[in-house]
Design a protein around this ligand. Structure first.
Ligand code: CDT
Length: 322
């Protein structure tokens, strides 16, 4: 039996601050219907797909932004999306800001079945940006102020395969894919909101698209898994967000890619059995991995240059050591 899925990457154009949930859910439903027309089993929406990317603004009173969070899922405003999924028989993945009943805030994604049932939830592990007000920035990136980090990268048995979720900055960390890969992940779903301008080092701006695909393609290849990376794109409240949502095969090749920075769906046939081509050959973990050599990966957080190695600093007038 082959395990073939049709997957849609449902990129969103910008969501402005004035756009309400009803308007946004209507856009999500329109994309879900496009997915149904293309016979998709699963449609993947981006990170924080119900609101504007609010961590770009500082508020002295964190509770002032609580209206951007969902206190339950589904709720009255999002229920029509669940109903449509059930009607069409199309599952979906959705990112949103979650507020728990006891007041914890997370950057969250869920996986929903073709019957509209909740199959899994993931809370973003790697929170980028900063926790304090930094008014010097063109726009801020206050995820570390508005959210607590999740503490688990796990997989779910769904859609005849082993599925994992990650959110935006998680995709830049090789550990994300490897921890999912070690659980047999065959399809990783990753939503993102990536500003093209990076205030701490603008020299990276022209590389935003390159880095986006570099990390997802290598993560897919090195772990023998499919990766679906989906953007919220375009000019949102004056901030340009990267598009280029894509579906990437276990070979590392991009199979489908969005061409606009608007609401757009691209789809691809995803053969989950293709993962074995890589998982059972070059990346046969059981045979080739050497965890006893990798101990620093889990015992250490920052860089520790071994004693006896001296590195001249860049500002001492000498060229940086390579
Ligand atoms: N949403 C998100 O995680 N965005 C980050 C921006 C990094 S700059 C602080 C990303 O990795 O794309």
């Amino acid at each position: 039996m082959t395990r073939i899925l049709k997957v849609g990457a449902a990129q969103l154009g910008p969501i402005q601050r004035e756009n309400n949930r009803k308007e946004v859910v209507e856009r999500l439903i329109a994309l879900l219907n496009k997915g149904a027309v293309e016979s998709c089993d699963l449609v993947v929406f981006p990170e924080l797909a119900l609101t504007t990317f609010f961590p770009r603004w500082w508020s002295e009173d964190i509770a002032e932004f609580d209206h951007f969070f969902e206190t339950e899922m589904p709720n009255q405003e999002v229920q029509p999306l669940f109903d449509e999924a059930e009607k069409l028989g199309v599952g979906f993945h959705l990112g949103y800001a979650e507020m728990t009943p006891d007041g914890h805030r997370y950057n969250t994604a869920i996986l929903v079945s073709k019957n509209g049932d909740m199959l899994g939830k993931y809370r973003k592990v790697h929170l980028p940006g900063h926790e304090e007000n930094e008014p010097w920035r063109t726009f801020q990136h206050l995820e570390r102020y508005y959210f607590e980090p999740g503490n688990e990268l796990k997989v779910f048995g769904a859609f005849d395969g082993v599925l994992g979720m990650a959110i935006c900055n998680d995709r830049r960390w090789s550990e994300t894919y490897r921890v999912l890969g070690l659980q047999g992940c065959e399809l990783a779903l990753i939503g993102y909101n990536t500003p093209v301008h990076y205030p701490p080092d603008p020299s990276q701006d022209v590389l935003a698209g390159f880095h986006n695909h570099l990390v997802m393609q290598s993560g897919a290849y090195q772990n023998g898994m499919w990766v679906v990376g989906v953007a919220k794109a375009g000019n949102e409240e004056g901030c340009d967000l990267l598009g280029e949502s894509s579906i990437i095969a276990p070979s590392g090749e991009i199979i489908a890619q969005c061409s606009t920075v608007e609401d757009e769906l691209v789809s691809a046939v995803v053969d989950l059995d293709m993962c074995a081509n890589y998982k059972e050959t070059l990346f046969d973990f059981d045979r080739y991995r050497r965890p006893e050599v990798y101990k620093s990966i889990t015992s250490q957080v920052g860089v520790e240059i071994p004693e006896g190695i001296e590195v001249r600093k860049q500002d001492d007038g000498n060229p940086k050591d390579s």
